[in-house]
Design a protein around this ligand. Structure first.
Ligand code: PMP
Ligand code: PLP
Length: 493
């Protein structure tokens, strides 16, 4: 990648990161790679002749140019769907022979697999000067970023409703959250600016120096940040010196083009520019995953960051999980580089076709949602522009037992309505009816510092997250139940 970034951002690294010493055994292990014929008596590396595996073959969907819609063909043609095969054998001629793939390697991943994700990153984001580190998926990737940057007592910023399986992760390291307002367009840059410019370090401690955000098809709200908002947020990151952790597992599932003149199913459709693509300083840690575009059980992803952060991530990895398993690394390497593999062009055809498939599911789900649920006027939703979630708003003010100013005169801090209780009741009724939804309360940023009491978040819990990731044949029955439960709930005597 060309030109190097000029800003030294190492002051963002946590004490834990600074104190962590490189794994001394890995340092010696690296020396065995110094010369081609180095004989190692140093490491207890099991010899490849003792691995009980001789050959691994992957049979994957064909993405040939003759197949117009590879995902649909794969999904609907069953065992007769055209396929491609990649093979890795002990000693080659594979792109990544088992002999080297199954051996220990360094925390960044096997060089060939690292090259595979670097090429993907360059193709979609062209960052100025960044380095990739393989992970076990975005949960692992983001949790590692938190540890890299978070000091006990630090405040991190996140969308006020966020992916709780990750916002929970740094709490035990003493990180506190500050929640940033969101609207239909996602995180509101003006609220971010308000929080940062009003921050009083004497009273509140160090100003938040990390923003965790999901820019496409945000989980749970389904929002996607516009290019304009991304630019504003990046400018704020430069002005207030914070790091952006861009957790972007739904990047490829974008349904609306940022350019109004291009249909999103057209070959000319360009994915929305990521934070990484605008990162001249090296202050973005982009976290990518194969979970939503291949399979979640692959447990494989990668972080793209500046070199200093990459180096610290490798040290953390060398002392914790170590590099990801060989099979996933072989898969992505063969997929991109093997003769007869997908190559980047084929990967691009797959993800665009996958996007078309999810778009079809979204449209079907949204139509059914309007017919079965929203038509009653008790609920509504915005059209998600990316991802796999619909953020359903329940119009609780229409409920006969909806109460305002529960806490007396309305000036008391905290909730001013009984939204939380009614939503808990509605959730139970959905379960009784036979459908599970995700309540908004699950996504509240945990123990977030209150930045304003004017519009308490407890009064804005009147949402459920619904997914359209599943098959169509379960969507209509589920939405019928939801519509019926809502009607009964709102028209109770
Ligand atoms: N603990 C001990 C005592 C070891 O000898 C080794 C391997 N050298 C490990 C842990 C690392 O094991 P793994 O490859 O399963 O991470
Ligand atoms: N981050 C977000 C925003 C997600 O929605 C998910 C999956 O639901 C993940 C991370 C977890 O991804 P992975 O399977 O790569 O760990």
């Amino acid at each position: 990648m060309p030109s190097s970034t000029s800003v030294d951002l190492t002051h963002h690294l946590s004490t834990e990161t600074r104190l962590r010493k490189p794994n001394p055994m890995k340092a010696i292990w690296r020396l065995t790679r110094r010369k081609p014929k180095m004989i190692s008596l140093a490491n207890g590396d099991p010899h490849f002749s003792l691995y009980p595996i001789r050959r691994v073959e992957f049979e994957v969907a064909s993405v040939g140019e003759d197949i117009e819609n590879p995902v649909q063909t794969w999904r609907t043609s069953g065992p007769s769907a055209p396929s491609q095969r990649f093979v890795s054998t002990t000693d080659g001629p594979s792109s990544l022979p088992l002999k080297s793939a199954l051996q220990y390697s360094a925390g960044a991943g096997l060089p060939d697999a690292q090259r595979a994700v670097t090429e993907l990153t360059n193709h979609y984001h062209s960052p100025p000067d960044h380095h990739t580190t393989l992970t076990l998926g975005n949960s692992d990737g983001v949790a590692k970023c938190f540890r890299l940057l978070g000091e006990p007592g630090d405040h991190f910023l996140a969308d006020e409703f966020s992916f709780s399986s990750l916002t929970n992760a740094p709490l035990s390291h003493g990180i506190k959250w500050v929640s940033v307002k969101i609207d239909q367009g996602g995180l509101v840059p003006e609220d971010l600016e308000r929080i940062l410019s009003n921050w009083n370090e004497e009273e509140q401690g160090r100003r938040p120096h990390v923003l965790y955000t999901v820019p496409c098809g945000q989980n749970p709200t389904g929002c996607t940040l516009s290019v304009e908002r991304r630019k504003k947020i990046y400018a704020l990151a430069q002005r207030f010196d914070f790091i952006i952790i861009e957790d972007d597992p739904y990047y490829y599932l974008q349904y609306e083009s940022p350019d109004d003149n291009v249909d999103c199913t057209s070959k000319d459709f360009k994915f929305i520019p990521s934070f990484l693509s605008m990162d001249v300083d090296g202050r973005v840690m982009r976290v990518d995953s194969f979970s939503k575009i291949m399979a979640p059980g692959m447990r494989l992803g990668w972080i793209t960051s500046n070199f200093a952060f990459h180096d610290a991530l490798v040290t953390l990895t060398d002392s914790s999980t170590h590099h990801p398993h060989a099979f996933g690394q072989i898969f992505i390497t063969e997929m991109l580089f093997a003769e007869g593999g997908w190559s980047i062009a084929g990967f691009d055809r797959w993800v665009r076709s996958l996007r078309d498939e999810y778009k079809r599911r979204r449209d079907f789900f949204v139509d059914s949602f309007y017919n079965e649920v929203a038509r009653s006027g008790y609920a509504s939703a915005e059209l998600p522009e990316a991802g796999m979630f619909l953020w359903m708003k329940v119009h609780l003010q229409k409920h006969p037992r909806f109460r305002t100013y529960k806490n007396g005169d309305g000036n008391a801090p905290g909730p001013k309505t009984n939204t939380k209780e009614l939503m808990e009741e509605l959730f139970e009724r959905c379960l009784d009816g036979g459908v599970v939804v995700m309540p908004a309360s699950v996504f509240l940023v945990p123990e977030a510092a209150k930045t304003t009491d004017e519009d308490p978040i407890e009064d804005r819990l009147n949402f459920f997250r619904l997914t359209f990731a599943g098959p169509e044949d379960t969507m209509v029955p589920a939405l019928e139940i939801l519509g019926q439960v809502l009607k009964e709930f709102f028209t109770e005597k």
